[in-house]
Design a protein around this ligand. Structure first.
Ligand SMILES: NC(=O)c1ccc[n+]([C@@H]2O[C@H](COP(=O)([O-])OP(=O)(O)OC[C@H]3O[C@@H](n4cnc5c(N)ncnc54)[C@H](O)[C@@H]3O)[C@@H](O)[C@H]2O)c1
Length: 330
């Protein structure tokens, strides 16, 4: 990666911020796209120590919904890691058009810009949510796609747009399909930070959650970032889809029990109807087959689920003031 010019969209977000950190560690020159805002904030990149003055980091503020901006953004870039997206499933129930706008058309703007800039690689970040509830497990890349939410449908659209640029124009596209991620800096829209922030808050007596049954396969975000980099550096991945996941599932109930044990705090759990997804939209189980990724790149997760939970608990404990555990964050 030394001196390779890499653009990360969604760099201000959870996984993007870990990817920027890892790319810089590996010597890349990183252009980090942060969603335009009037305060000039860098989102979660602000939480990384000694980043602001890093000689290999250029931060650009903007919006992938503007094609003219995208054209400028991609100038001189070699590898594009496209992570910017609207990602929260509950918000996609009430603001679906913005999901299709940003996740599909925003991706098309970047693909078109990538074609003009003749980039060497374009990684499009998908999600295991495109598979829907497991019909078989572990789920490989051939698992049928059953978009059960507007978010999932918009990501199917994004993937199809990306692959069409490979088939139509030979753009060197790879689709990376992470299963659930977790780790420091994740917002309380995700279930692990929701549980931890409620457990740690003195103001909360009973923990509000949705269904405790869904099972997910959790990868520590730093490990996902490393997988993405390995995929970008392996030419045989062009024109293909790669799952990123560990291959082991935990239910929300099990995660809650583990967090109680690690924090030494136990609180009663109550069901909050607002947090229950519509029945046919709930994805009950997602377990990853990472065989293709491992066979081709030798990637292995380096952080166990328990180690990752400990690191996440430590982060949230230090940053509890940034969370709002008393409300439902969508
Ligand atoms: N978090 C997970 O468990 C998970 C699992 C599978 C796939 N993914 C995918 O990984 C990617 C990153 O997810 P994340 O968890 O880091 O989400 P995130 O919400 O933390 O990051 C996404 C970032 O995209 C930015 N963004 C949104 N709209 C934009 C726009 N119009 N222009 C520029 N930037 C914009 C946001 O500011 C945000 O910081 C997404 O594509 C998501 O679909 C995430």
């Amino acid at each position: 990666m030394k001196n390779v010019r890499c653009l990360v969209t969604g760099a201000d977000g959870f996984i993007g911020s870990h990817l920027v950190e890892e790319l810089l560690k590996q010597g890349a020159k990183v252009r980090a796209l942060v969603y335009y805002n009037s305060e000039g904030k860098w989102g979660l990149l602000e939480n990384i120590k000694n980043l602001k003055s890093h000689k290999n980091l250029e931060v650009v503020l903007g919006d992938i919904n503007d094609p003219h901006f995208c054209e400028r953004l991609l100038e001189d870039q070699e590898i594009i890691f496209h992570l910017a997206a609207l990602i929260a499933i509950p918000y996609s129930y009430i603001a679906p058009s913005s999901y299709f706008q940003t996740n599909v058309l925003g991706t098309v703007n970047l693909l078109e810009a990538a074609r003009k800039a003749k980039v060497k690689r374009f990684l499009n970040t998908s999600t295991s949510e495109v598979y829907g509830t497991a019909l078989y497990e572990p789920m490989d890349e051939n698992h049928p796609q059953q978009a059960q939410s507007p978010y999932a449908a918009s990501k199917v659209g994004s993937d199809k747009a990306a692959m069409s640029y490979f088939l139509s124009f030979g753009l060197p596209v790879t689709i990376v399909r992470p299963f659930n991620n977790f780790g420091p800096r994740q917002s309380a829209r995700a279930v692990i930070p929701t549980i931890i922030s409620q457990i740690l808050s003195d103001k909360i007596k009973k923990i509000k959650l949705g269904s405790l049954k869904p099972v997910r396969d959790y990868t520590f975000a730093r490990d996902s970032a490393k997988a993405m980099i390995k995929i970008a550096l392996t030419d045989e991945t062009i024109g293909k889809v790669f799952n990123i996941g560990v291959g082991k599932g935990y239910s929300i109930e099990e995660i809650y029990q583990m967090i109680c044990k690690l924090t030494n705090i136990k609180k009663e759990v109550i069901t909050d109807d607002e947090r229950i997804r519509p029945e046919k939209s709930e994805v009950w189980k997602l377990i990853c087959s990472n065989k293709n990724l491992v066979d081709l790149t030798n990637w292995q997760p380096e952080t166990t689920f328990e180690e990752g939970l400990r690191e996440t608990i430590d982060y949230i404990r230090e940053n509890l003031d940034k969370y709002k555990p008393e409300i439902y964050n969508i």
